[in-house]
Design a binder for this molecule. Structure first.
Ligand SMILES: [Zn+2]
Length: 254
């Protein structure tokens, strides 16, 4: 086989692993960001519940004042009604008193409503705080897991890079150059085996004389798939002989 082709096949395997590992590594920041966003969302819930509670307390103060004011008014009208001289004026003040009492009752209802929902807000704050604590704990555990996975993938990446460098050292420069140009255009795959007399990548049939040549020990020529241009090799030639099945013709034992 041509010098370095076996190393090129090893290099290809390392490159494919590297592609997969880089792809995996590229997802870790997103996964961590998503986990952090869950904590942030839970924190927003706590803030919202606290703010709603503060607003409810303010409303309550306002309604308490309302109740007081209508109560004072009713009291005032009632005392005035004892001092008036005409029936007409008396009835008018009676009417004002009733009106003030009705307003007071409405204000009391609103106040009561607020007092009830104030308790609800307290429950909501506690529930949101519990949810936040739970999310924080879950996310911390998840982050540790993600970081451990990331570190492992990083280690694998370094190992694959070392393997690649070692394999690349055994490949002549022009062959490496050819491979890299093809791989860049062809989804990272620049060299491929002949499988069932076809290019294992694009499936096109390989001419028998090419398969025969690939199988010869003394072959120094680099062959490409005519369709996808990938560099071809015969797996069996790495072991020695080419079978009749691979060539499609009589056995060409070398
Ligand atoms: Zn092909």
């Amino acid at each position: 086989m041509p010098p370095g082709l076996d190393h090129l096949v090893q290099l290809q395997a390392a490159d494919l692993r590297l592609i997969g590992l880089r792809e995996r590594l590229s997802h870790f920041p997103t996964r961590i960001a998503e986990a952090n966003a869950r904590v942030e969302a839970a924190r927003v819930q706590v803030t919202a519940a606290r703010e709603a509670h503060v607003a409810a307390l303010k409303d309550r103060k306002r309604y308490e004042l309302d109740v007081e004011q209508w109560k004072e008014k009713a009291k005032k009208y009632r005392s005035q009604s004892f001092e008036v001289k005409t029936n007409e004026a008396y009835r008018a003040l009676q009417h004002e008193t009733q009106n003030a009492e009705a307003e007071m009752a409405k204000a009391e209802d609103r106040l009561l409503e607020r007092m009830v929902s104030g308790e609800e807000y307290e429950h909501q704050i506690k529930a949101a705080e519990r949810a936040l604590a739970g999310t924080e704990a879950a996310v911390a555990a998840e982050r540790r897991e993600i970081e451990a996975e990331q570190a492992a993938a990083q280690k694998e990446l370094e190992a694959a890079e070392a393997e690649r460098a070692e394999a690349a050292a055994g490949v002549p420069e022009d062959l490496l150059d050819q491979y890299q140009r093809i791989a860049a255009r062809r989804k990272g795959i620049g060299v491929t085996e002949v499988f069932k007399q076809s290019c294992a990548q694009c499936g096109v049939m390989i001419r028998p004389h090419v398969i025969q040549a690939l199988g010869r020990d003394d072959n120094q020529e680099i062959f490409h798939c005519e369709t996808c241009t990938r560099i071809l090799y015969l797996p069996k030639s790495f072991g020695g002989a080419v079978s009749a099945a691979a060539t499609g013709g009589p056995s060409t034992e070398i």
